[in-house]
Design a protein around this ligand. Structure first.
Ligand code: PLP
Length: 435
């Protein structure tokens, strides 16, 4: 028990809490103050949090400040909750029965500690080989609790304290936290503002000899952009040249949880086809719309040289990271789950409806090529104020500030058709007539 005071938490903890409360209070109003005290403050106890967790809390300030607004409104009748990629209707047919069929124990080991089971690794490797046109090996697949677990395993295996990890803005909101959690330094690079493609010149400009990993997310949350082969080729060139210059490979983590959520006018290509030192993270939580049932994988590109050592490092990172393996039930139902999907035709219908209606009303947006999100320029540069305005009128959105991109908001197409219909007049009314 020597550590609480040694960490300086007795000073920084209450200070941080007061700062966070002050900021939240200023930005979002009274509801937030109570919430911050309840979740961020008293439960952790001011002197108990590590400095690392304090930094992570700070990194999530805007997101955490939005949660009380969402909580305040999301249970109201007739709310159109379009904020997060959560299900708003009953789970797809076949999901529960697939899980149920995996509950009957096959033998005494059914519910023993699970690693990456051979059968689920083989299912993933053969599925990937058919889908991606690359020969994936079962040994190169680590089964994980979703893409979250895959990213944590990759960071644990590859990144040391003080290493730099690069990702693109606007990011999925937890990259920064996860990088900080392994003691590494997050470095962000904005995507191009005109077409949301990767800005490779800027990427080249931030790579240093400390850069160990670059994270690319395609199809991209929140913009819906899928990076074309020409961009991926350019990305591979930047990374190969920098690796040669610094005498060590820079790894690429291609975060691809939405790679099956691709609209009919687009095509998905993985960076793993272009750059040998690529790891791919995936989650079934998106295509099945069951983010609470944790299963996904981390795959090594079949092009990666000398990857046996990395296989073992990932295995150790999964154990040391807190047993980052999915449960027996999730792994044994995988073959059945692999054949299921949410209704992609209906998803595309919702996208098209929103894109037409919002553009017609005067909003600026680019149609997403994949994911279940729409990324829209906020008519009020203060996106938080805009989101609050719409929340009061029954429509919940995610402010772009939560993804380090003020002046935008994100719509989730996981809302029901009725929610989307109800939201349209609210969107129309909210835009100034001269916009
Ligand atoms: N990566 C991206 C880009 C995401 O959007 C998400 C979830 O929203 C994840 C990773 C984590 O996925 P999961 O919670 O299914 O593990």
């Amino acid at each position: 028990m020597d550590s609480w005071h040694g960490r300086g938490g007795h000073v920084a903890g209450p200070y941080l809490l007061r700062v966070a409360q002050g900021l939240m209070y200023k930005e979002f109003g009274k509801g937030t103050l109570a919430w911050a005290a309840n979740i961020g403050g008293y439960r952790l106890g001011p002197a108990m949090a590590t400095e690392r967790i304090q930094r992570i809390t700070e990194a999530n300030e805007t997101l955490l400040s939005f949660i009380p607004i969402w909580e305040e409104h999301r249970h109201q009748p007739d709310i159109a909750d379009l904020a997060f990629g959560n299900p708003q209707e009953m789970v797809i047919d076949g999901f529960s029965s697939a899980l149920a069929s995996a509950t009957t124990p096959r033998d005494k080991n059914h519910y023993a500690y699970k690693f990456s089971e051979d059968e689920s690794r083989h299912t993933v490797a053969s599925h990937l080989t058919n889908w991606r046109g690359q020969q994936f090996e079962a040994e190169d697949i680590a089964m994980t609790p979703g893409a979250f677990g895959a990213i944590a395993s990759a960071l644990g295996a590859l990144v040391d304290v003080g290493d730099e990890v690069v990702y693109f803005d606007p990011p999925w909101f937890f990259y920064r936290s996860m990088i900080l959690s392994v003691g590494a330094i997050p470095v962000s690079v904005p995507v191009r503002s005109d077409d949301y493609d990767l800005d490779l010149d800027r990427l080249a400009g931030v790579i240093t000899e400390k850069t160990r990993l670059v994270i690319v997310n395609t199809p991209h949350n929140p913009t819906g952009r899928i990076y074309p082969p020409s961009t991926l080729e350019g990305l591979a060139t930047v990374l190969s040249e920098a690796s040669d210059r610094f005498g060590a490979p820079i790894f690429l983590l291609s975060d691809e949880p939405y790679s099956k959520l691709v609209f009919s006018n687009a095509e998905f290509t993985s960076p793993a086809l272009h750059y040998p030192h690529t790891l791919i993270s995936y989650s079934y939580g998106k295509i099945l719309l069951t983010p609470g049932q944790r299963i996904g994988w981390l795959a090594l590109s079949p092009l990666m040289p000398d990857r046996e050592a990395l296989r073992s490092a990932i295995f150790m990172a999964q154990i040391a990271g807190g047993w980052l393996f999915p449960s027996a039930i999730m792994q044994y139902s995988l073959e059945k789950l692999d054949r299921l999907s949410i209704d992609l035709v209906e998803l595309e219908r919702k996208r098209d409806l929103f894109v037409d209606e919002l553009r017609h009303a005067g909003y600026e947006l680019q149609p997403p090529e994949g994911t279940f999100y729409l990324w829209v320029r906020s008519p009020d540069p203060n996106d938080v104020a805009f989101v609050q305005l719409l929340a009061k009128q029954g429509v919940l959105l995610l402010p772009g500030s939560t993804c380090a991109s003020p002046g935008h908001f994100r719509i989730s197409l996981t809302g029901t058709a009725e929610m989307i219909e109800r939201s349209l007049p609210v969107f129309r009314k909210a835009i100034p007539s001269d916009a």
